[in-house]
Design a protein around this ligand. Sequence first.
Ligand code: DX5
Ligand code: ZN
Length: 221
Amino acid sequence: MKLLGASLMCADLLHLGQQIKELETANIDFYHIDIMDGQFVDNFALSIDFIKLIKPLTTRPIDVHLMVENPERYIQPLAEAGADIISIHAEAVTHLHAALTKIRSYGIKAGVALNPSTRVEKLGHVIDLIDVLLIMTVNPGFAGQKFIERMHEKVVFSANWLKEQDSQAIIEVDGNIGHHTLGLCHTEGASMFVLGTSALFHQRGTLIENLQETRQIISAR
Ligand code: DX5
Ligand code: ZN
């Protein structure tokens, strides 16, 4: 499985409606929405109201990446806004079991995001509650960073570890996912790819061309 998602924090917000139209035409697989609180990471990005704004424009999954302290607070409002997947950072939550259970109670897929330095094995006791494992391949918070090379090893390790745990969780990668990293991450076991400035929102082509080119690269593997 290869699902390509548009990271809307990298979109041209002055032309958001037009950009979403193009992404729909290009058959984007999902929308990745980064929400930050200026505490867990030193930045702010999109919001719950932003999700409400784009929800009527698409039927494709809304994949929320919460980079906030105490993410439990936002699960209910995100469910009401129309989130389809909510990923919370293992480093930002005290009661991970309770938070994942709460996400699933709304019929939403539960994800756990891991900073580059966090080991996947710490999720052993909650693995049955995880639908998506979001491996950060840069430090979270900012677009346009460089892929941390050792994250290739982490994707391979995580894919094997999930198999050992008999888990069906799918691996999503986020951060500098572009032509030089995407194919390799797919071979290593990732199936959801967050496309930001590296593969989609750049000036070398239109969104439709950029997505087509990215699909070609991944299908060649
Ligand atoms: C923040 C974001 C970024 C970004 C990815 O976590 O999810 O990682 O959109 O896009 P790049 O790294 O390609 O600019
Ligand atoms: Zn993200």
